[in-house]
Write a protein that binds this ligand. Sequence first.
Ligand SMILES: [Zn+2]
Length: 281
Amino acid sequence: MAYGLQDVVNQRRMIDESPAAEEFKQVLRGKLDALLALAEATDCRRVRLLAYFGEKSRPCGNCDNCLQPPAVWDGTEAARMLLSTIYRVHQASGITFGAGHLMDILRGKATEKVAQFGHDKLSTFGIGAAFSEQQLRGVLRQLIATEAVAVDASAYNTLQLTAGSRAVLKGEQQVRLRESVSAPAGRRRTRSSGGSKAPSAAAANLTADGQQRFTALKAWRAEIAREHNLPAYVIFHDATLAAIAALAPQSLRDLEGVSGIGAAKLDKYGPAVLDVLRAMD
Ligand SMILES: [Zn+2]
């Protein structure tokens, strides 16, 4: 199912503005939430569906998510950045703003509007530069779907905090997204990149030793990702880790030219990658 942030916003607005009774609107909102949650679910769909009817169940082993677990990234940190930006712009300017402007602030873009409101002075300006606009849109869509953010249709679809924002800000509610939905086009992958025990397609052709190096590199990547609050694939793609594992490099020079390792990444992560491999000998 393909839909965008604007679809979610429009659906919500249609419900909000319809002449139906408030009770009926609540029912419609609940249905929309359930539909969005099912579409974006990263775990067993049957479990979700039955939960909607109040029934507890165990993973079915037959749905698309059970058969081929989607690549997932944790958007919780990005969600918290977005929520605190919504809070801060309101504090600073006394009005609410739309998704585009909020994302510009987070990504540190010096637009005319940012300058006009002095939003480059906000403490959240630029702190989300590591996230793509597409990723942030995915996070926002989830926040709107779960009512952790409200869209004010009467004020140019600007975004506001809700009672539900609190759980996300406090870290009580995670925001997990499908990588295939959120990753930039052309980078779509179908396998989980971290934590999953399923063998990665990228590592399928490795020798037993290579597999071990690959596993160690993935563990290292997961650690760095956590430390810097980045999605794992931003550090290195699975394919790059597999290439390193196959190469078993002894020096930084060996690492040069591996696809996916530019000069900046070589500088930043090269020594640590060599350490990981050395520690295995
Ligand atoms: Zn299932």
